[in-house]
Ligand binder design. Sequence first.
Ligand SMILES: Nc1ncnc2c1ncn2[C@@H]1O[C@H](COP(=O)(O)OP(=O)(O)OP(=O)(O)O)[C@@H](O)[C@H]1O
Ligand SMILES: [Mg+2]
Length: 366
Amino acid sequence: MPHIRASGLAKSFDRTRVLHDIDLDLPEGAFLALLGPSGCGKTTLLRLIAGLEVPDAGQLHFGDRMILGPNRFVPPEDRNLGMVFQSYALWPNMTARGNVEFALKARRLPAADRNARVEEMLRAMGLVHLADRRPHELSGGQRQRVALARSLALRPSLLLLDEPLANLDAHLRHRMLAEFRRLHAATGTTFVLVTHDQDEAMAVASHIAVMDDGRIQQVGTPEDLYRRPATPMVARFIDHGITLPVTVATVRDGRCDLTVGDGALSLPGSARPGRGWLCLHRADLRQAEGRGHLQAEVLSQTFLHGRYLTHVLPQGLEVDSLSVAVDRPLPVQSRIGIDITGGWVIDRDPQGPRRTAPAAMVHAHA
Ligand SMILES: Nc1ncnc2c1ncn2[C@@H]1O[C@H](COP(=O)(O)OP(=O)(O)OP(=O)(O)O)[C@@H](O)[C@H]1O
Ligand SMILES: [Mg+2]
């Protein structure tokens, strides 16, 4: 269960930078989700950690041990890690049990221990009745579970998982997520899970690193990312967040006095005076009794979850539309007031060179 430290990792393919200056500091026994849109560099970062790619620059440490650095490259087989990748490869001529057992034989584990461990893994992954089948006799999801069982059987101190649940149906995915949580708690193994599904990340991870365009935007707990996004990308990406352009007048004790449209309010944030983004979620908007912070014209309504989801065009704001849940039907083109009941304010103009996250530094949950 190493403490993983990466600093300044960079990688290009064919002169195109796909990872820029990645810093990551992950405590022992953490469960990190690497989350971001397709093509942002998640798999490449995981392959660097695994030793399947060599970076152009940067260093990697597992605890005190330098894994990657000037004149140093520890090969994958000496990193004591398990991997399950997007394209997992099983031995085609071995059964599911044989696949799980193979690496344990190579480690010369006594037969009784080996068998016990194989059976435990087959049971945990729901594979007992499929143990004697070969990969071509299994579905994609079943093969993925064999690949997981095979990696976990080795009890690695670091387990790297690249979209391991992508081929599973919703029911099985929930079961496997629960199994990940259980294994993580029971073994103390450090998990790094790549996913583009934020619900999946939130369901299992103690820490989430949001990536975009080859950079880590922010590392934090699920709640940090939701309530205190570091960048507009994170604010919009997490749970359909909304960013509204605002002007910050003064900042005192972490609270920002700001104007949005022609409304004034005070909210927490990290912004400096000047142009800012107010980051919020639909739950932070509600129809005002009176004039409200914003005035808006009703565009359309949809009845959803017992309320009327109302799409409105706010006045005096450079945004396309907002959605607010209200209790009654409203005529199209009528005007309503909207109150903003929460949110987090960040700078709109980047500060200096673009190193966004408040240093990608994370701390373990107590
Ligand atoms: N071997 C390679 N040669 C050239 N370009 C590559 C190579 N591997 C990845 N890339 C490019 O690097 C970028 C990052 O790819 P990566 O596979 O890390 O993305 P990802 O975040 O895992 O995406 P996805 O969610 O779709 O799996 C992409 O633009 C991809 O096309
Ligand atoms: Mg990928």
